[in-house]
Design a protein around this ligand. Structure first.
Ligand code: ATP
Ligand code: MG
Length: 645
């Protein structure tokens, strides 16, 4: 059954890309990729223009990923300076604090001033081109200033999510060899204080090698400062020169390092370079959200995630767009907080994640209905497949049935979106991540490494390079080759399963590592979880495999109910019956445990790896849990699992 939600006609009429344009440009981008990307590259201001567009080869024995390699540029000039003549006094950033009523507007001129000053402070500390600076900050304008100050002087930023522990931060400081760390006194999230400076002190002590900590004032709390090492942001910027000449960097020089959030294991520091990344991120951001001058954009992603790097920070800045930054959580002080922010700033484009939508669905429609969301034009989803129930809720309740949902598939590794229904061009298919972006060639691989023709299922790979892809894993190029290029030589391997339908839509079926094998049948987690979540009492579900003497693996389901739903045996039976009916008897869960909350990482992704250990009774060997957002959720699930045995 293919249910398509058509492109709204009024949107298509003035979209940057309508269906004929999509078809024509997509075909052209595959026929002559260098011509296509050279034209996209004209969106940037180059210092020295490039002559060669690409030099790429996906053969693992001779991997080359080079774009615009002899061109030079500066990222902060492209993100800020070039907008100043027209927009100096217009808002670049609209910041909303954790508590309602606390907000700030930062104009392009103010942003430029702060960036230049901080860049000079960094220079004064001896930070030079190519050095890595670690940024451990909440969602504050200062975090964006810090990123831009780094790239102004050719330094490489490594943003670490401010909810991470001192231990996780120390690992990332050590791996990157950062001498300077930029942080804040404290953070605020959902009314709770996060002791950032204290964590940074501990991390610096554990990591070694940190010469300086720059500390921005967020709450103004008195935090201990180590003389000679620690520097206060405010006085240092006031004393600094307000002009810092931008450093010329090569297109293939690194722009940033970003560690994957890691539901699947040891974090990897993916390295992104300057030219190709900025070309593709700037142009794709505008296209996939169909941004027009005057549209306020809001991505709810935390800055420690790739989504924020590409499509909350670099994408809007490169295009001179105004965007909202929100420090807090969707449910504080109550679950209408997001909707009140959309109403206040007349947000036109809203980009979020399925996990957050599911948590807000638990609270019902009333909090949404209290607000005027008529400014919304386009909605976006990222991070995991969006289950059809959440899709329809977002579409109908939040978008009033008028706004297309761009379900963007991509990864830290890919740097930019690769699969997406471009809103003015491609009709939505709920639960599917649309069609390939320009220049992108998806390949569905069978287990023997043969491309599947037409409709079918397999491993999602990509043939041929795209400018924004990561170039390596910091200090571990072998792991980069092994993980992404060796499984299917000549292709980039994503690690995700996919299904392509007869119309050319791609639906992600889950991570290959999570696929369950029950009596020889391969079952994907996404399908099972979507079936469970389609029960009206269910908020969210996660399934994992447990060893089974006969079936090989059996299905173990963790289920979170909506607010005020009683946890009864009858409800368990009803959910199991629903899954049997939707997918078949083979999909019958062997066991179902009520979980008040599921363990997630900071990007809101379920840590199935941890749940699988719990389901198997391995409570003491949960693997790396440093990226857990809510360790108490795990303790509670263990307690309940133990009690059920
Ligand atoms: P790690 O690589 O350390 O395990 P991660 O994969 O969660 O962490 P990200 O790079 O942020 O880190 O996430 C990319 C992954 O998220 C994809 O490989 C895919 O599994 C999933 N994903 C992202 N967007 C979508 C989407 N729109 N639809 C389906 N899956 C998505
Ligand atoms: Mg990944």
């Amino acid at each position: 059954m293919t249910e398509l939600v058509p492109v709204p006609q009024d949107l298509a009429a003035r979209a940057h890309v309508d269906l004929p344009t999509y078809r024509r440009r997509y075909a052209a981008s595959l026929r002559a990729p260098d011509d296509f990307w050279a034209a996209e590259a004209a969106s940037l201001d180059w210092i020295r223009p490039f002559r060669e567009v690409s030099d790429t080869n996906f053969d693992p024995a001779d991997l080359r990923i080079r774009w615009f390699a002899d061109g030079t540029l500066n990222a902060s000039v492209n993100c800020i300076d070039r907008h100043l003549p027209a927009k100096a006094d217009q808002p670049a950033l609209l910041w909303e604090g954790d508590r309602p009523g606390e907000s700030r507007t930062v104009t392009w001129a103010e942003l430029a001033d702060q960036v230049n000053r901080l860049a000079n402070v960094l220079r004064g500390l001896g930070v030079a081109k190519g050095d890595v600076v670690t940024i451990y900050m909440p969602v504050l304008p200062e975090a964006i200033v810090a990123m831009m100050a780094c790239v102004r002087i050719g330094a490489v930023h490594s943003v670490v999510f401010s909810g991470f522990s001192a231990e996780a931060l120390a690992d990332r400081i050590r791996d990157a060899g950062a001498r300077v760390v930029i942080t804040a006194d404290e953070g605020l999230r959902g009314g709770r204080v996060v002791p950032l400076k204290r964590n940074a002190d501990r991390a610096a002590a554990a990591a070694g090698g940190v010469a300086h900590l720059i500390v921005a004032a967020r709450t103004g709390a008195a935090v201990p400062m180590t003389p000679g090492r620690d520097i206060r942001w405010g006085p240092a910027l006031t004393a600094a020169d307000p002009w810092c000449p931008p450093v010329e960097v090569g297109a293939e020089d690194p722009l940033f390092v970003l560690y994957t959030s890691g539901p699947t294991g040891r974090p990897k520091g993916l390295v992104h370079t300057t030219g190709g990344y900025l070309v593709q991120v700037g142009t794709s951001w505008r296209t996939i959200f169909d941004w027009h001058e005057g549209n306020v954009f809001w991505s709810t992603a935390d800055i420690g995630w790739v989504t924020a790097h590409s499509y909350k920070i670099y994408g809007p800045l490169l295009n001179g767009a105004t965007s909202v930054l929100f420090e807090g959580v969707p449910t504080f002080p109550d679950s209408s907080r997001w909707w009140s922010i959309i109403e206040k700033h007349r947000v036109a484009i809203f980009y979020t994640a399925p996990t957050a939508i599911r948590s807000l669905m638990r609270e019902g429609e009333a909090p949404v209905r209290r607000h005027d969301l008529s400014s919304l034009r386009v909605l976006g989803s990222v991070g995991e497949p969006i289950n059809p129930d959440a899709w329809h809720w977002l579409h109908r309740i939040v978008g009033g049935g008028r706004c297309p949902i761009v379900d963007t598939y991509w990864q830290t590794e890919t740097g930019s979106v690769l699969l997406v229904p471009i809103p003015g061009a491609v009709a939505n298919k709920p639960g599917a991540a649309g069609k390939p972006y320009f220049g992108v060639r998806p390949v569905v691989m069978d287990p023997a490494g043969r491309p599947v023709a037409g409709a079918g299922r397999g491993s999602l790979c990509f043939a041929g390079s795209w400018p924004a892809q990561a170039r390596t894993i910091l200090h571990d190029h072998d792991r980069f080759l092994r993980t992404y290029f060796s499984p299917f030589p000549g292709h980039f391997f994503t690690g995700d399963g996919v299904e392509r339908d007869g119309l050319g839509y791609y639906r992600i079926t889950g991570r290959i590592d999570d696929v369950l094998n029950v009596s020889g049948h391969r079952l994907d987690t996404v399908e099972l979880e979507s079936a469970i979540a389609s029960h009206p009492a269910v908020a969210e579900a996660a399934v994992v495999g447990i060893p089974h003497p006969v079936k090989g693996q059996a299905i173990f389901a963790f289920v979170t109910l909506k607010a005020d739903q009683p946890e009864t045996e009858a409800l368990k039976a009803a959910i199991v019956a629903l899954v049997r009916e939707r997918i078949g008897p083979i999909a019958t869960p062997e066991a179902l445990l009520w979980a008040p909350a599921l363990p997630k990482n900071r990007a809101g992704k379920i840590l199935r790896r941890v749940l699988a250990r719990i389901a198997a009774g391995d409570y003491h060997d949960l693997g790396d849990t440093t990226t857990l957002a809510d360790p108490e959720a795990v303790d509670e699930i263990i307690r309940r699992h133990r009690a059920s045995q």
